[in-house]
Design a protein around this ligand. Structure first.
Ligand SMILES: *Cc1c(COP(=O)(O)O)cnc(C)c1O
Length: 360
């Protein structure tokens, strides 16, 4: 067996101890005589898996009792429309657009009401987070929306926006469980799990109870209503059992490492290795203003697209996979989520240092 250091933005690396546990349980889960992927979602054994996953997540994030945890399929993308459909009262939605993902979410919300872009960093190719301390929040805004960590552009909010009393909705897909989070500051948090937690095909929604409404328009598709998922323990239909099981394993693993405070420390240390290198390098340059740099997604460039491509090819040949930047921005990007060991980042920096010496 030979595993590469996988810098993919998602689906992304999983912790090796978790993969091994899953492997050991693959054919016979806990004496049930079957694999979790063969199990009825209505069985007691699976219900226990789902209950424990929720309980461990609640512990990790310290989720208050008046917030529901929902496991929904359709990826983070489905939430782009479920949010305006379910939170619409006045039909006015305020979006802060800081990169590709918040832009997509805003575009989708336009189908359901009036979208105000109350701040954006598009003027400088999304390389920073705008000042959000005094925004023109609409009196009628049903919510204020952010993508807290922009996976493609590599920016992150160091301070949450002042929403002037409106509820905050945050896409945390690429930073979920990377650091402590004060859930009370949000009306709703959601994340597609395939970036920082588990296998693709599952989104976790953490939503304040009073925002889950039953008075939605009658023609709202049943699957797209939060009350459907909430009233049925996320099992209105067959959920993504496998992803819930694997995420549950990851929650236990994160707890064993010391929880989110510990993860934050590890992630800060890890990102510093790469950013320190980029700050010193003459050949490689980070593309994000220092203050707003993501701990999870690190985009960087050389002087030309050709030399970017040459570096990507050289890293791949040396066992560092998926460093090609997103097609919309080019360059390179190292995604260094929770599961990427610091050894992987150090090895990459050693490789790039040598590459610069030989080619710079
Ligand atoms: C990947 C990603 C998405 C889209 O996730 P899907 O599960 O593919 O729909 C949305 N938002 C952010 C921040 C992402 O990183």
């Amino acid at each position: 067996m030979s595993r590469v250091f996988n810098f993919s933005a998602g689906p992304a690396m999983m912790p090796l101890p978790v993969l091994k546990e899953i492997q050991a349980e693959l054919l016979d889960y806990n004496g049930s005589g079957m694999s979790v992927m063969e199990m009825s979602h209505r069985s007691k054994v699976f219900q226990t898996i789902a209950d424990e996953a929720e309980k461990d997540l609640r512990e990790l994030m310290n989720i208050p009792d008046n917030y529901k945890v929902l496991f929904i399929q359709g990826g983070a993308t489905l939430q782009f429309s479920m949010i305006p459909m379910n939170l619409c009262k006045n039909g006015v939605f305020d979006y802060i657009v800081t990169g590709a993902w918040s832009k997509k979410a805003a575009t989708e919300a336009k189908k359901f009401g009036k979208v105000n872009i109350v701040a954006t960093s598009q003027d400088k190719n999304f390389s920073y987070i705008p000042d959000c301390s005094d925004l023109p929040i609409d009196d009628d805004a049903d919510y204020v929306y952010i993508c807290e960590n922009e996976t493609i552009h590599g920016t992150t909010f160091k301070k949450l926006p002042n929403t002037k009393g409106k509820i905050l909705v945050a896409d945390q897909s690429s930073m979920f469980l990377s650091k402590p989070c004060n859930v009370k500051d949000y009306g709703m948090i959601y994340a597609g799990v395939q970036k920082n937690v588990g296998p693709a095909g599952l989104s976790i929604v953490i939503i304040r109870e009073d925002l889950i409404r039953s008075d939605l328009p009658e023609n709202t598709p049943v699957y797209l209503r939060y009350d459907t998922h909430s009233e049925n323990g996320s099992m209105y239909n067959t959920p993504n059992c496998w992803a819930i099981y694997v995420c549950g394993k990851v929650f236990k693993y994160l707890k064993s490492l010391g929880g989110l405070e510990a993860m934050n420390k590890i992630n800060e240390e890890k990102a510093a290795v790469l950013y320190d290198f980029l700050d010193k390098s003459k050949m490689f340059n980070g593309t994000v203003e220092k203050e707003y740099r993501s701990l999870m997604n690190v985009p960087f460039v050389t002087s030309s697209a050709e030399s970017d491509a040459a570096v990507v090819a050289a890293t791949k040949a040396a066992g560092f996979d998926n460093l090609k930047g997103h097609k919309s921005v080019g360059g390179l990007r190292a995604s260094i989520y929770n599961a990427m060991p610091i050894e992987g980042v150090k090895a990459l920096v050693d490789f790039l240092t040598k590459y610069e010496k030989e080619n710079g």
